[in-house]
Design a protein. Structure first.
Length: 429
């Protein structure tokens, strides 16, 4: 009996990869991954061997000056969650970010977040549904909301003096129809990947780690056209059939990103330098009403041709927006209440759009599609960028006839972490 136990202990200390487990256990490997097999108490899935090398070729680096998932090329799917903090201790919150950092760094490489199980009577540390899957260009981006600092006029964690002036609840815009279940949050996690199961796995495990410290407030999945479906890599289209995100800062230009996206020294508290502000809007689209609208009206609403994405009166998607271009009868090619004209303004206010469509079945109140846009945008100063843009849109945008803003939140996305450090280190230290 003693010899058998010694053999088992030796086996548990051996580093075993997912692939090794599957080869060893055969079809029983499924039971191992789910923790349902007796082998779960014997075979330990060590972090350093959690995935085979060939699975890491589509992994996005986690550590760096900035968090990934902001200027990273948009993946096929997003799983976005907002959380409320339940702990009252600052040290618990810092420990949570340390644990999240460690887990996120492993998952974006396609690795499990810990041992499969060293005791068959305990659940595995990793939930296992991404076992054997590639990293799928997973990125995990963390942010903190205004209510982390002050809630109900209370300085919750002694961080009130660190709250940036820009990190305040967005103003009420005309025609907003915000619902509490889609609004606000103390923290956020944006997980993007080319596989939705990989993105969900990341969020699921992070929420699991947060148990006792934070709870889920609201969640929204989103999608774009897949890279396989769009070999030309064109601008993605929204559910109204129009290209969305044509006018964006050049993510390959450090100058433009520093000007429009990354928080700079002197903008506010130094802990947020190299971070960015994220505005989230859950926008319901009235699909059935839009589908009964003629093409000319649709194009006038957006101010672009549906097929090419070109501004009205122009030929190509990226042609200069010429608001002085008029038809022979003197009318503007691009109407004054069109979406593109109002969002562009004088061109000085730019945001980095990273939006995804969503489709959540049927709206039980109306019997119509519950579908729309999970609008995500990053910027250096919301007061100078998103807020004036949305103020114009809320007042005059013809697109308001076909949409309704149901959810809203703002977060400060933390700077990137150095190897050996953790996301949020600058804030908590």
């Amino acid at each position: 009996m003693t010899n058998n136990l010694n053999s088992l202990e030796a086996l548990t200390e051996k580093k075993v990869s997912r692939r090794d487990i599957l080869k060893t256990a055969g079809i029983g490997g499924v039971g191992v991954i789910l923790g349902a097999s007796g082998l779960g108490g014997v075979l330990a899935l060590k972090e350093s061997k959690a995935s085979s090398p060939e699975l890491n070729q589509d992994a996005v680096p986690f550590y760096g000056k900035h968090q990934s998932g902001i200027t990273t090329k948009a993946q096929n799917h997003v799983y976005f969650v907002s959380l409320d903090i339940t702990t009252t201790h600052k040290d618990d919150l810092a420990d949570l970010f340390k644990e999240w950092t460690k887990a996120a760094a492993l998952m974006i490489e396609g690795k499990a977040i810990g041992e499969l199980s060293s005791n068959e009577l305990l659940p595995p540390k990793d939930t296992g549904e991404a076992a054997g899957l590639s990293p799928s260009n997973l990125t995990i981006t963390f942010g903190v909301g205004p209510s982390l600092f002050v809630k109900d006029n209370q300085d919750r964690f002694g961080l009130k003096n660190k709250q940036p002036k820009e990190l305040v609840d967005l103003p009420a815009f005309p025609l907003d129809a915000l619902e509490a279940e889609w609004t606000g949050g103390d923290l956020c996690i944006q997980a993007c990947a080319d596989d939705l199961q990989v993105a969900f796995h990341a969020v699921r495990n992070l929420i699991r780690i947060a148990r006792g410290k934070a709870t889920l407030k609201w969640a929204q999945t989103g999608f774009q056209r897949t890279k396989q479906a769009d070999s030309k890599n064109e601008t993605p289209r929204n559910l109204f059939g129009f290209k969305d995100g044509t006018v964006n800062p050049n993510v390959d230009s450090e100058k433009q990103l520093n000007q429009h996206v990354w928080v700079q020294s002197g903008d506010g508290p130094d802990w947020l330098v190299n971070g960015s502000y994220l505005v989230v809007r859950r926008i319901q689209m009235f699909i059935e009403v839009w589908d009964r609208t003629n093409l000319r009206e649709q194009e006038n609403t957006f101010g672009r041709y549906r097929d090419s994405g070109a501004p009205l009166g122009q030929k190509n998607e990226l042609d200069h927006l010429d608001f002085n271009h008029k038809k022979e009868n003197g009318e503007d090619y691009i109407p004054s209440n069109s979406h593109v004209r109002l969002s562009h303004g004088d061109g000085s206010q730019q945001i980095l759009r990273r939006a995804y469509s969503y489709a959540d079945g049927m709206d039980l109140k109306t019997g119509s599609f519950d579908a729309g846009l999970l609008f995500l945008c990053f910027q250096r100063k919301p007061s100078k960028q998103f807020i004036p843009i949305q103020t114009r849109l809320a007042k005059m945008d013809k697109l308001n006839e076909y949409t309704s803003h149901r959810g809203s939140a703002i977060f400060a996305c933390l700077p990137g972490a150095k190897q050996g450090g953790f996301i949020g280190e600058t804030l908590f230290n």
